[in-house]
Design a protein around this ligand. Structure first.
Ligand code: ADQ
Length: 467
């Protein structure tokens, strides 16, 4: 079996006994590395005065990680700039928030060149390279320019935007052309895959061949619809753990017979939190008789605090929760508990299980793993109801959730009412197919599906320079 080299912006070394500290993606990629004896390379998350390219190797529980520090200008332009202020909003359809700056684009290119130069001595001819996410679109092409003919795959964790939006990016042609350096490109849904195809075909003149292949010049790429899942077995085990049971008890006690609606999201404008609060407020306004039977627990740890748009949404949500609580709270009841903290995964599992409704309403999301975790944590004899945005990648695999338009306060309010009134039999009937999917198409299924496609690609194509 070939060695696997995984490259991503941030690297997660195994954390051993810290129960519930690691996400499913980290665990799945670590498992792949253990099997193949490979390396996980990326940014350390640390700052250095001058970039030296010195690699810090670590070996934990059979997984080797190799990380490099970046200098301030790289972090500002590549990470806070192009990745988080240009590509993230654009790829989530928010061109109103996207900032197009040549310095950001330049820093992104420079940092990817630095990654390519740094990882270069670690790669052997038979290695298979798997690059993750939007921080590193051009890395494959940079490696090809340095003479690497290895099989290379890329997986995109976020949506791919419609062609008309992507054309607003000054570097769009260059960026998408560079992606033809890969042998396989994976997306969470057919929709994102087709949007990529549209751009490649209409803007670049790429040719769609049979069987998911797209050709541009002398390079052919396989496009793969490959939805990510969660570590469902581990997550269920966490839901059955003592910590989860204690959290469940604590939550039920503090709910005093009220139904809990739960939202768990990174504090990000793509997650539709303002719109969710509006939808919940609409429900409170329209349903005075049911109002005090519920409360909303929104857990939203801050992220990307260096970026203005994230500071703004944080302030906005604080104001909205204050306003809603001010308008509706009573002596014995507060409609929203808004918590800006992260919790271990076993605690989250207990919270999900105690909830009657999971409210997952991103405006756009590549997949959304919270929806899957919520389903995995439910009690089969008394499952909660998942309310899910139609615009999350997860909706394609979860048709029996209550699917809503997250921009419509009315649809969110209606769905909350429907979920509260839903008889047990219907709750079970809706939950079971969701659960079956979460278990079958889990994170191991995802990574095996992707690596199998990558390993299968025959290298009979020109792999020289792709600009
Ligand atoms: P994210 O945008 O981070 O991921 P998501 O898929 O929902 O979104 O994953 C979030 C993870 O963080 C979940 O595992 C969740 O449990 C955890 N989390 C959130 N809030 C937390 C809290 N308060 N405490 C502890 N943990 C918390 C990106 C894309 C997604 C895609 C994933 C994986 O934006 O669309 O599903 O990558 O590809």
């Amino acid at each position: 079996m070939s060695r696997l080299i995984i490259i991503s912006n941030r690297v997660s070394a195994p954390k051993g006994s810290m129960s519930g500290a690691q996400g499913g993606l980290a665990v799945a990629l670590q498992a792949a590395l253990r099997e193949s004896g490979g390396i996980w390379f990326g940014w350390s998350g640390e700052l250095t005065e001058n970039f030296t390219g010195q690699i810090n190797f670590q070996r934990n529980e059979g997984v080797t990680t190799a990380t490099v520090d970046l200098e301030e200008q790289d972090i500002e332009e590549y990470y806070n700039g192009y990745a988080n202020r240009t590509l993230w909003p654009l790829f989530h359809y928010r061109i109103d928030l996207a900032e197009y700056e040549r310095d950001f684009a330049g820093g992104y290119k420079r940092t990817n060149e630095r990654f390519a130069d740094t990882v270069r001595p670690l790669i052997e001819p038979e290695d298979v390279i798997w690059i993750q996410d939007y921080h590193m679109f051009p890395l494959g092409s940079e490696l090809r320019k340095r003479g690497f003919r290895n099989r290379m795959g890329f997986f995109l964790h976020i949506p791919w935007p419609p062609r008309r939006l992507l054309t607003t990016l000054p570097e769009a042609h260059e960026l998408v052309t560079s992606m033809f350096a890969y042998d396989v490109i994976g997306f969470h849904t057919q929709e994102w895959l087709e949007s990529f195809c549209d751009f490649a075909r209409i803007e670049l003149g790429a040719v769609l061949e049979e069987d998911g292949l797209v050709r541009l010049g002398d390079r052919t790429v396989r496009l793969l619809n490959c939805p990510i899942g969660i570590d469902s077995q581990d997550f269920q085990a966490m839901a059955d753990s003592d910590i989860a049971a204690a959290t469940f008890k604590q939550m039920r006690k503090s709910a005093v017979d009220r139904a809990m609606i739960v939202g768990v999201d990174r504090l990000d404008y793509s997650k539709g939190l303002e719109e969710r609060f509006n939808g919940y407020e609409r429900f409170l306004e329209e349903s005075p008789e049911e109002r005090k039977e519920v409360f909303l627990l929104q857990i939203a740890p801050p992220s990307r605090a260096a970026v203005d748009s994230y500071q703004r949404i944080r302030a906005r949500l604080e104001a909205m929760s204050g306003h809603i609580n001010g308008a509706y709270a009573d002596l014995d009841w507060v409609p929203i508990r808004y918590v800006n903290k992260g919790y271990p995964r076993d605690v989250l599992a207990g919270v999900y299980r105690a909830a009657r409704i999971g409210l997952v309403t991103p405006l756009r999301d590549g997949m959304n793993l919270v929806a899957k975790e919520f389903v995995a944590a439910q009690d089969p004899e008394d499952p909660g109801v998942l309310i899910l945005s139609r615009f999350a990648g997860a909706a394609a695999q979860m048709p029996t959730a209550l699917l809503v338009n997250p921009l419509s306060a009315e649809e969110i309010a209606d769905a909350i009412r429907q979920a509260l009134r839903m008889p047990l039999e219907e709750r079970k009937a809706r939950w079971k197919p969701l659960y079956d999917n979460v278990v079958t198409e889990d994170v191991s299924w995802w990574r095996e599906r992707f690596t199998a496609a990558l390993m299968a690609e025959v290298q009979d194509q020109q792999t020289e320079v792709v600009d």
